[in-house]
Design a protein. Structure first.
Length: 414
């Protein structure tokens, strides 16, 4: 029985013939994550679910001490993983050659899959060992690498020891994997152009969402607004994310405050769902604003599909992303996004067509973009929301994207 997920269940929709061709394959998924809280971890679980439907054996290997965290994450998202073996192993970025050999001996598989939260995560030595000894490994890059900051030199402005070693370290991570999968076209293009990743082995397979679950539902919208005593005609902005520095929630709060103070007639509200280490700091910041009564801290939610329909605008002010699942989920539910141009976000949003895209990650640019979004006439905003939902339904359906990812994995297996 495959993994069952109450919110993002993957129905592969694969023909019996295709399943029969793949059923003899075995896959081992290596999770190097420290804690299980975000989109990269959820994407990995969705992948395991799809793999379970398409091949005979799938095993999950997590870092030592992380099994209970993974099980809690699965329970939080309503996932039944009883049919998938979950083992612990001392996975680390600095794994020894002996540990690499022991891993491949203990978990024999046709192919190994390693999702990575960042370009430097995972284990370069493990990937090199796989290349040397004929093991097939596929890495999944969940974060778009940043542009290197070049040295400011008078005669050789683009040369410097730090820049050279930085690019060399990143390029070396392209040697071992049989396939490198980026979750956005932007990430894939940066890997190829900035770090010399091989064009043929580096592919883009975007994230996806289950559009049968994430969709606009009027009753959900009405329920949340009634509970929060928000007027029917009020403009509601929303965020669903972890409270960490990379999400730049403080930027969104400041931008919302400046726009709301100048938009008394629209009576805007900001609903923030999530949890994280910066929670107390962010709440203090919001309480110090002149519109603290308009900012509501809603706590964490395990059912985001019930939350997004309450938003008119979805705020994403991140400093760094891959292709955020929250963005795709919100758009699928009919929210018009207001986002910074990080990671794969520009691949999805066409400014003022299906959302609002800031020029940069600078707070002033985000402030101006949010101002434009909140002052958009309601009929125009509804049309943008409709196009946002249409974009996800056409290009980011979960089952289609997961099947594409599985195809790349099995193709790398040979």
């Amino acid at each position: 029985m495959p993994l069952q997920h109450s919110g993002n269940a993957v129905d592969c929709g694969v023909s019996p013939k295709a399943i029969a061709e793949m059923s003899g394959r075995s896959v081992c998924v290596l999770l190097f994550f420290d804690g299980y809280k975000g989109g990269a971890e959820l994407h990995s679980i969705q992948l395991v679910e799809c793999l379970r439907q398409r091949c005979e054996r799938v095993a999950l290997v997590v870092k030592a001490g992380q099994r209970s965290a993974l099980l809690n994450f699965l329970r939080l998202h309503g996932v039944d993983a009883s049919e998938v073996p979950i083992d612990e192993f001392p996975l680390a970025e600095d794994m020894s050659w002996a540990a690499c050999r022991r891993l491949f001996r203990n978990y024999a598989a046709d192919i190994y899959v390693c999702p990575k939260g960042g370009l430097g995560s995972g284990s370069g030595k493990l990937e090199s060992y796989a290349r040397l000894y004929g093991r097939r490994i596929v890495t999944i890059e969940h974060t778009a690498p940043r542009q290197p900051v070049y040295a400011d030199r008078r005669f050789f402005p683009r040369l410097g020891y730090w820049q050279f070693t930085y690019r060399l370290r990143r390029w070396r991570r392209s040697i071992g994997p049989a396939r490198i999968v980026a979750v956005s076209c932007t990430a894939r293009n940066r890997l190829v152009s900035l770090f010399g990743y091989p064009v043929r082995r580096t592919v883009a397979v975007p994230n996806g969402v289950a559009t049968d679950r994430f969709r606009p539902v009027a009753s959900r919208r009405d329920q949340i607004r009634q509970e929060q005593q928000i007027p029917e005609q009020a403009l509601v902005c929303g965020m669903v994310c972890r409270f960490v520095d990379a999400k730049a929630i403080d930027v969104a709060i400041r931008a919302f405050e400046s726009v709301a103070l100048a938009s008394i007639e629209t009576s805007p509200y900001l609903l923030i769902y999530g949890d994280g280490p910066l929670k107390s700091t962010l709440i203090e910041q919001s309480q110090a604003t002149a519109i603290s009564d308009k900012i509501r801290w809603m706590g964490a939610t395990s059912e985001p599909w019930n939350v997004y329909p309450a938003f008119d605008l979805f705020l994403l002010s991140s400093r760094q992303e891959g292709l955020p699942l929250g963005l795709l989920e919100a758009m699928a539910c009919g929210c018009a996004p207001v986002a910074t141009p990080v990671g794969g976000v520009p691949d999805v949003i066409r400014h003022q067509e299906n959302g609002f895209l800031a020029h940069s990650i600078e707070p002033a640019d985000y402030d101006a973009t949010l101002t434009r979004a909140m002052r958009t006439p309601r009929p125009d905003l509804q049309e943008i929301s409709r196009r946002a939902m249409e974009t996800i339904c056409k290009s980011y359906e979960l089952s289609i994207q997961m099947n594409r990812l599985c195809d790349e994995i099995f193709e790398a297996c040979g």
